[in-house]
Design a protein around this ligand. Structure first.
Ligand SMILES: Cc1ncc(C[n+]2csc(CCOP(=O)(O)OP(=O)(O)O)c2C)c(N)n1
Length: 636
């Protein structure tokens, strides 16, 4: 067997034994040894392979697979924790006492690992946007980059970057395996790479692994991207006598992310018990949000959640609007879970007030460890009322909660009509939304008419919730960056959200790679053909990642994904920012809104997606039917 094939097979098999479930392959010559290794393992049913041409989209697709796996793991865990209610599909079955969710909960299993494989050269650099998003949203992602051998570096050889293992910033750890590795060192390095990616105990020791590079270290205790660069020299294809390859996998030793209850949690608990504290819940925080939500409910602490937070259904509606100077001044502390990126009002609170964090991995903490921690703090079994007394909540803080509740009622009254699933979005509801949005949100006055966006999102979410109710499950919505999330925030507090889980890529909130990410999530997330993932995306973001529509296979291979493109002919969000001001207006359309005048019919057809242009009044029906496709919703 030639060295390249042996090296590739050692790497591939070690990865499978450590929990690798999916490999996204972008074709190339230098990476061929690994491609053949994974192709054989896929034929043996040991791993799932996916092929994408554009490395940028391959990486975003892999990111989506990782997001979907995490979502599924959390959904499974909440079924175990909350039993019947969650199994029947109703989220928000939070316990009425602190101990309620603890005694029954089981720590979820660490989701499987996803890798993306590329050839050498600029192919590797194309992975960077998704690597950055994975880093900031703490998603494990293994980058396998094939490289030319050391002897060709700095010689001007084709497709040879001098320091390919340093092209990707923000990886947790990077490796550079030589073209003639020794097997034990190679295996030890692969194990260290997986440990760093999943953030398992002892990941820090990976720095000393044989082929680890000294730099690139960042937050090794949390999951994230890791680059495993491997040099191949000589023959790059297996010999006839080495095919097929049907190895014995032997005993898998899957690595787990094993978090513990961090010391900082005590501070968060202490703050939650004090009047004047609010819980800020951001995106991508599946690992800690559920615990934080239990505590907020038990303590009666107001939740200010972004729409893509798992706690959005608990949020005070339109909270940025509630956060006027008066209220902001009376808030004395902030407990944070997840990344807070969407509202400037929240950022201001974080910048100016004492802050504690419910760690992003707390949902993963062993239930008994978490339970005994709460018991030692005297919290187990407390009812909310007893807690409120025990912790001496003052009348002042109560009045803030009431005020928040008042806002909630007002806005609820205005949104229920749409989300309850009435057949058409009437002009009356539309104007109610206009009013509600103007009152509680940063509304872009131009160029789009924001209420149409709010109504559209409400219709899609409402239909998804009904669809999920019929199938006894929870609807999955993926919100693109830009206005989709802002429109969705108008729905906070609505009962129907108990059947809806929204998510987003808010690690860095790019508008790139979102179709590819959603396509990945649709494969591994808790969705089905009957209850698909629904991506809500603006036209600019959709055009940015039009390549994400490219997939393997024909129309029979459509993922469980509905793509709703809210087309307002440009980046409407900029109109609501400083750029919409009168004295800057003449530069607005070209340099910020980027009006393009395109529609998506031909694009969808070119990429083999069913296409439908949907008027506002038909949106509920289209979303509820759930059939895969691209649905263009004209907003202007
Ligand atoms: C990769 C990347 N490039 C640029 C931006 C800046 N940006 C933020 S929103 C936006 C426009 C989005 O327009 P669209 O998707 O149509 O959504 P809308 O604003 O109309 O809701 C741009 C260019 C970004 N966030 N990420």
């Amino acid at each position: 067997m030639n060295t390249s094939t042996a090296t590739a097979r050692t790497i591939a098999l070690s990865l499978i034994r450590r929990g690798l479930e999916h490999v996204v392959i972008a074709p190339g010559s230098r990476s061929a040894p690994l491609t053949y290794a994974f192709a054989e393992l896929a034929d043996a049913g040991l791993v799932n392979t996916h092929v994408r041409i554009d490395e940028r989209d391959a990486a975003f697709f892999a990111l989506g697979l990782a997001k979907g796996l995490r979502r599924t793991a959390v959904a499974d865990a909440s079924v175990r924790a909350f039993g019947g209610a969650a199994a029947a599909g109703v989220r928000g079955a939070e316990p009425s006492a602190v101990a309620g969710g603890v005694s029954g909960s089981t720590s979820p299993q660490t989701p499987g690992l996803v890798a993306v494989l590329t050839t050498s050269g600029t192919a590797v650099a194309n992975l960077h946007p998704a690597v950055l998003e994975a880093s900031y949203s703490q998603l494990p992602l293994l980058i396998l980059s094939a490289d030319r051998p050391e002897r060709l570096r700095r010689t001007g050889a084709n497709q040879t970057i001098d320091r390919q293992s340093h092209v990707l910033g923000d990886v947790r750890l990077r490796f550079d395996a030589p073209a003639e590795p020794d097997e034990a060192s190679l295996t030890a390095s692969v194990h260290a790479a997986v440990a760093a990616a999943v953030g398992s105990e002892g990941a820090g020791a990976g720095m000393n692994a044989p082929y680890a590079m000294s730099s690139g270290l960042r937050g090794l205790s949390t999951p994230g991207p890791v680059q495993f660069n491997v040099q191949f020299d000589g023959e790059l294809t297996p010999k006839p006598e080495d095919m097929p390859w049907r190895p014995e996998v032997g005993e898998a030793n899957r690595l787990e992310h094993r978090p513990h209850v961090h010391a900082g949690f005590a501070q968060a608990l202490e703050m939650l018990s004090r009047p004047g504290t609010v819980l800020l819940a951001g995106s991508d925080c599946d690992f800690g949000a559920h615990r934080a939500g239990e505590l907020a409910v038990a303590f009666g602490v107001p939740v200010f959640a972004e729409p893509s937070s798992p706690l959005f259904h608990l949020s005070v509606p339109g909270h940025p609007g509630v956060l006027d100077d008066d209220l902001a001044e009376s808030i004395t502390g902030v407990v944070r879970t997840g990344r807070i990126t969407q509202y400037r009002q929240d950022q201001r609170l974080l910048a100016n007030l004492p802050t504690a964090e419910i760690q992003t991995d707390l949902d993963w903490a062993p239930a008994d460890e978490y339970g005994s921690y709460l018991a030692s703090a005297g919290l187990t079994g407390q009812t909310p009322d007893a807690d409120a007394k025990r912790w001496g909540r003052t009348a002042a803080s109560e009045s803030h909660i009431q005020r928040a509740a008042g806002v909630r009622e007002t806005l609820l009254g205005r949104t229920t009509g749409v989300i309850a699933g009435q057949p058409t979005v009437t002009s009356e509801v539309r104007s109610q939304h206009r009013e509600a949005a103007a009152q509680w949100h940063e509304v872009p006055p131009t160029p789009a008419e924001p209420p149409a966006g709010v109504s559209a999102v409400a219709a899609i979410v409402g239909a998804a919730a009904e669809n999920a109710a019929e199938h006894g499950t929870v609807a999955q919505i993926f919100l693109a960056s830009s206005n989709a999330g802002r429109y969705a925030s108008a729905l906070a507090g609505n009962e129907a959200l108990g059947r809806v889980q929204m998510s987003a890529s808010r690690g860095l909130a790019g508008i790139d790679g979102l179709i590819a990410t959603a396509a990945g999530m649709a494969l591994t997330g808790p969705v089905s053909k009957q209850c698909p993932l629904r991506l809500i995306i603006g036209d600019v973001a959709a055009l940015h990642d039009v390549g994400g529509l490219l997939r393997e296979g024909g129309s029979e291979n459509l993922p469980a994904l509905q793509i709703f493109v809210l087309n307002d002919d440009g980046g409407a969000i900029f109109g609501g920012l400083e750029h919409g001001a009168g004295h800057l207006r003449r530069h607005f359309a070209r340099y910020f809104a980027t009006r393009h005048g395109r529609n998506f019919r031909a694009l969808a057809e070119a990429y083999g997606w069913p296409y439908q242009q949907v008027a506002a009044e038909d949106l509920l029906a289209a979303a509820k039917a759930g059939s895969a496709g691209l649905f263009e919703v004209p907003l202007v």
